[in-house]
Design a protein around this ligand. Structure first.
Ligand code: F6P
Length: 364
């Protein structure tokens, strides 16, 4: 076989470990492997590198992706110049198929989140043999218990929550830590629990200003003159929408969230008798080396992807279920986000240790 690999969407720790896992496994089968540069741009523009054993050696530890990535290159609505344009996206999927054929490829491995895998599914439906690998720090993909990158982001966020505690406590301040996660609150929820956050605000549990104020004042009354609020970038008030920081034209989801923490600081202003400060973690959460868990998970995903290729199980995505690697249909995994359920056990766990979700209607 000859296979192509691409990494699409936002980078995240563990991508290189997957590329290594697929490549090493494929080479053992005696297959030839190429890596497309910058996600689907490489497939559309026939820009690729040959992957040998030495190319993937030593990369398990490296963050980012040696192949490069793009969160705008979409073969079905191509906006990258010179072939496409942001104002007039072009359907270049036929060119992608032509290149696939000319390169004499037998299969494509698409490593990415919802956007990348949706495109993979569209290519598969039109006849391209594709296998998907689920990536995202947001951990919001259906059909897998966990995605690689999440654990690494979680460690960064938890460390940040740990670190701001000292200043909050010394200065009697409220410190608001804003995490990524897009429409899902997993990073905020788990780092909030792990870091002992006092208030956790999630997109899935819209907040009420008066309940956040009450939670801070309750703590003050109990002699705790500081509070740590962990807020997911997608958190929103009961009567209101999410805070959009930026719109990226040509991206499968053009909205970039960010800045809700400033709104939380504003609503506390003058009501709690304490100063507040904001820390927006941003891309720090996506950077650096993958954790041991993510390296392990990504390697398992890569090897399982090669196994699916060997079995010609195209249109499938690797998945981690009940501590085992398996294959599921890509179609089942995309389009439906895996969100935090307000009645989830871990939400109840946080409530049981006195954490507030900024909404008194959420009962234990
Ligand atoms: O999906 C991963 C993610 O990091 C989200 O948590 C965040 O909302 C978004 O990507 C940021 O995208 P960009 O890197 O394009 O700013």
């Amino acid at each position: 076989m000859k296979i192509g690999i691409l990494t699409g969407g936002g980078d995240c720790p563990g991508l290189n470990a997957v590329v290594r896992g697929v490549t090493k496994s494929a080479l053992q089968h005696g297959w030839e492997v190429i890596g497309f540069r910058d996600g689907y741009r490489g497939l559309v523009e026939k820009d690729f590198i040959q992957l040998h054993d030495h190319d993937v050696s030593g990369i398990i530890i490296r963050g980012g992706t040696i192949l490069g990535t793009s969160n705008t290159a979409n073969p079905f609505a191509y906006t990258l110049e010179p072939l496409g344009s942001a104002d007039k996206p072009k359907d270049l999927s036929k060119l992608a198929f032509k290149n696939f054929k000319e390169l004499e490829l037998d299969a494509l491995v698409a490593i990415g989140g919802d956007g990348t895998l949706t495109m993979a599914q569209q290519l598969y439906k039109r006849g391209m043999p594709v296998v998907g690998v689920p990536k995202t720090i947001d951990n919001d993909l259906s059909a897998t218990d966990v995605t690689f990158g999440f654990d690494s982001a979680l460690h960064v966020a938890t460390e940040a929550v740990d670190r701001v505690h000292t200043t909050a406590e010394s200065h009697n301040r409220v410190i608001i830590v804003e995490t990524m996660g897009r429409y899902a609150g997993w990073i905020a929820l788990r780092s909030g629990i792990a870091g002992g956050g006092d208030i956790i605000l999630l997109p899935e549990i819209p907040y009420r200003a008066e309940d956040i104020v009450r939670a801070v004042l309750d703590r003050k009354r109990r002699g705790k003159k500081f509070s740590i609020i962990v807020v997911a970038e997608g958190a929103r008030p009961e009567k209101g929408g999410m805070t959009v920081g930026k719109v990226v034209k040509g991206s499968p989801d053009p909205l970039r969230l960010g800045g809700v923490s400033y709104k939380i600081a504003e609503l506390l202003d003058g009501k709690i008798g304490l100063e507040s400060r904001v820390v927006v973690l941003g891309h720090v959460q996506r950077g650096g080396e993958p954790t041991a868990f993510d390296r392990w998970l990504a390697t398992g995903f890569g090897v399982k992807a090669a196994e699916l290729l060997a079995g010609k199980k195209f249109g499938q995505m690797v998945s981690f279920r009940d501590y085992g690697f398996t294959g599921v249909s890509i179609a089942a995994a995309v389009g439906k986000l895996r969100l935090v359920s307000p009645s989830a056990q871990e939400v109840r766990t946080a409530l049981a240790v006195g954490t507030s979700f900024g909404n008194s209607r959420i009962a234990k």
